[in-house]
Design a protein around this ligand. Structure first.
Ligand SMILES: [Zn+2]
Length: 144
């Protein structure tokens, strides 16, 4: 693993930890397609775990801080919690289905722990895959 790849991994964790906060998720929606009195508002999306990752080609793309699921193509009557549960059935945050202010301290901390746990698992899987590839290359070299 290169230093840059390691930096990218750490950056990913920092982003996920940052967006573990509903306030920071809400702040990420600098321009949103629907107003705040609509069902699919920036506030409701932030409440349901999403932060803004939109671009010129996907102006309404959002991503969950915990499961990493990204969604776009939102309609004004979409319910962010329902969409989250529908598209990411194993997301622990979506399963809780509560805004941050309704979480108990233990639930909040469990979710933060889950962010770090997911990152460690992903990192482990990436390193394992790298080693498998290296092992295959070495075994090819040994045979030739
Ligand atoms: Zn999620």
């Amino acid at each position: 693993m290169t230093v840059k790849e390691r930096d990218d991994e750490c950056k990913e964790l920092r982003i996920q930890v940052k967006f573990g906060s509903e306030f920071n998720r809400k702040e990420s929606f600098t321009a949103w397609v629907f107003s705040d009195n609509q069902k699919c508002s920036a506030s409701k999306l932030a409440e349901a775990g999403f932060y803004f990752i939109g671009s010129k080609t996907e102006p309404d793309a959002v991503q969950c801080f915990l499961c990493g699921k990204s969604l776009d193509g939102w309609e004004e009557d979409d319910d962010p919690w329902q969409e989250h549960k529908k598209h990411s059935q194993n997301c622990k945050f979506a399963k809780l289905g509560k805004p941050e202010c309704k979480l108990t301290v233990n639930q909040f901390l469990d979710i933060q722990m889950e962010v770090v746990k997911n990152w460690i698992i992903k990192r482990y899987e990436n390193q394992k895959m790298e080693l498998v590839i290296k092992q295959k290359m070495l075994s090819k070299l040994c045979k030739s």
